[in-house]
Write a protein that binds this ligand. Structure first.
Ligand code: APR
Length: 173
């Protein structure tokens, strides 16, 4: 089951919230900054313990890592790194699709039933919301078809983004 809400993902009492992180995985601005502020210092320390796969990279673009949620109402934070949008011809769509696939797989492996996503890559990373939400809905629907026991919440930070998601979801279900 999927639903779209407008809200602050750090307030959601779900099994896992997904963070739109960067490859260093030590915090940043946007939703990353909000999640780190709300979770507290322990989240930074937990991220620091995530092994680097190469210097300065704990989570390569398209992959996902899980940590506890600490002071957040959510049990876990799943950190994923979306692509920086260039012009749509540099494999951005596939990398963004991998963010949703890998985050949902990791949530499932960790026994999560309710997972909330922000609009990954559509802020600092510049992904157009229309294309990004199409990918988000398509990949989530494919995963939920195979895992009907899970629930996904698309947590938009603006009414505009929420309306884009609703248009796609209404067309699909
Ligand atoms: N709750 C839900 N959504 C939020 C919140 C929040 N508290 N704060 C911001 N957002 C939304 C933004 O409005 C945008 O729609 O999250 C979406 C993703 O935007 P960004 O946070 O800028 O993430 P992204 O575009 O993936 O860029 C990631 O930004 O903050 C840095 O460290 C991060 O380098 C990484 C880059």
């Amino acid at each position: 089951m999927t639903q779209v809400i407008k809200g602050d993902i750090t307030t959601l009492k779900v099994d896992a919230i997904v963070n739109a992180a960067n490859q260093v995985m030590l915090g940043g601005g946007g939703v990353d900054g909000a999640i780190h502020r709300a979770a507290g210092r322990e989240l930074f320390e937990a991220c620091l313990k995530v092994p680097e796969v190469r210097p300065g990279v704990r989570c390569p673009t398209g992959e996902a890592r899980i940590t506890p949620g600490f002071k957040l109402p959510a049990k876990y934070v799943i950190h994923t790194v979306g692509p920086v949008y260039r012009d749509g011809t540099k494999g951005e769509a596939e990398k963004l699709a991998n963010c949703y696939r890998n985050s949902l797989a990791l949530a499932c492996e960790n026994g999560c039933h309710t997972v909330a996503f922000p609009c990954i890559s559509t802020g600092v990373y510049g992904y157009p919301i229309e294309e990004a939400s199409e990918i988000a809905v398509k990949e989530t629907k494919a995963f939920l078809d195979a895992h009907p026991e899970m629930e996904v919440i698309f947590c938009c930070f603006s009414e505009k983004d929420k309306a884009v998601y609703e248009k796609i979801l209404n067309g699909k279900e």
